[in-house]
Design a protein around this ligand. Structure first.
Ligand code: KIV
Ligand code: ZN
Length: 385
């Protein structure tokens, strides 16, 4: 029974990536794919931000049937009203409202005292709960907020009607140990915490978004937020496909699971990359082009004997066709011979040694050897006899 809900914010925080601007039909295409991926919640946008955002949240809320759709609102009544208009015809209208809680945001951005922030949060959550069946409240910059104050405001917004409490590491500042401790602290110091879903939302400024999200799960988070391919503000958000696959592959370690349809991961990643124009780095975990490619001779030999020697995730699990043994200057004779056989180029064992030397000479000059290169090598070898 899956115990971790996946909250996808590709269409909201992900679309906040610099240079990304999705139109309505692109957003609908991504939402449909997220539904196939089986995420639990889609954050479709920020209805008060623009007319375009309002319409796309409205359309997606009406269209999506297999998961809950939410929209973002600041702790401001007009934002909540706009979100209600956009979401009210959905299967399960859900609001995501937030206010910053850290000293730095209170002082410089909001210019509000601790008490004023609590008052605003409580009033807006009460108002939202009078309209929406489910209200999620986020403490923006939670990871830089004083813990006793964070516990106090969380307790009060739960009493005001929040059903999901999100603890964002808004600027990607936390370390796994510190961030995990916030969840433990809230579980121990907020008396009504078991009444709500406790959510993690991490940014990747220091490259720790995945580790921080998993630390939150270990310390009692029951919802994980992130985006496909980790796109998002600045260095991005936690990549959902990485979290879901980590929980799946290391189920011996994490006693947590999601309901994601992992076979749809590669298709979702390609679609998001294509429509946002944000290229997936070749070495990216889980969905990078090289994630299942083996180049060195030692690795290729191992994988040919037994895949699990160097492959902890099978590419088929996440919807890729198969692994690939990339032939290059580090490749060994075993992989070379294997590829020749796959291409139907049956070279007698006596000739392999010489051919392999020619292959290595050419591979030294080229980055990657193609099948055409191999055919040419075999033909040359035959002609020279
Ligand atoms: O990173 C953040 O704090 C956010 C909030 C709006 C939840 O995206
Ligand atoms: Zn965010």
């Amino acid at each position: 029974m899956p115990n971790i809900k996946i909250f996808d914010t590709t269409l909201r925080d992900g679309e906040q990536s610099a240079g990304v601007n999705l139109n309505l039909s692109e957003k609908i295409e991504i939402a449909r794919q997220l539904e196939r991926l089986n995420v639990d919640i889609i954050e479709a946008g920020f209805p008060a931000a623009s007319k375009g955002d309002f319409i796309s949240v409205q359309k997606i809320a009406q269209m999506v049937k297999n998961c809950s759709v939410t929209g973002l609102a600041r702790g401001v009544i007009s934002d909540i009203n706009a979100a209600w208009e956009a979401l009210k015809n959905g299967e399960e209208p859900r609001l995501h409202t937030f206010i910053a809680t850290s000293p730095i945001h209170r002082q410089y951005k909001l210019k509000m005292s601790k008490e004023e922030v609590i008052e605003t949060a409580v009033q807006t959550v009460k108002y939202a709960a009078s309209k929406f069946p489910i209200v999620q409240w986020s403490a923006e910059d939670a990871s830089r907020t004083e813990l006793p104050y964070l516990a106090e405001i969380v307790e009060k917004v739960i009493q005001a009607g929040a059903r999901v409490i999100n603890i964002p590491d808004t600027v990607g500042y936390g370390t796994p140990e510190e961030y995990g401790k916030i969840f433990k602290y809230l579980r121990e110091h907020v008396s009504s915490i078991d009444m709500v879903s406790l959510s993690t939302h991490c940014h990747d400024d220091l490259g720790m978004a995945i580790a921080n999200s998993l630390a939150a799960v270990e310390n009692g988070a029951t919802q994980v937020e992130g985006t496909i391919n980790g796109i998002g503000e600045r260095a991005g958000n936690a990549a959902l496909e990485e979290i879901a696959v980590a929980l799946h592959i290391r189920k011996d370690f994490y006693t947590a699971s999601t309901r994601l349809n992992l076979k749809e991961v590669s298709r979702t990643s390609s679609l998001v990359s294509k429509l946002t124009g944000m290229i997936v780095p070749a070495n990216k975990a889980v969905v990078g082009r090289n994630a299942y490619a083996h180049e060195s001779g030692i690795h290729q030999d191992g994988v040919l004997k037994e895949k699990t020697t160097y492959e902890i995730i099978s590419p088929e699990l996440v919807g890729f066709q198969s692994n690939s043994l990339v032939l290059g200057k580090h490749s060994g004779r075993h992989a070379f011979k294997n590829r020749l056989n796959e291409l139907g180029l049956n070279v007698p064992d006596d000739d392999i040694k010489e051919l392999f030397t020619a292959f290595k000479d050419l591979a030294d000059r080229k980055k990657e050897m193609t099948d055409d290169d191999l055919v040419a090598l075999v033909l040359e070898e035959k002609l020279s006899k």
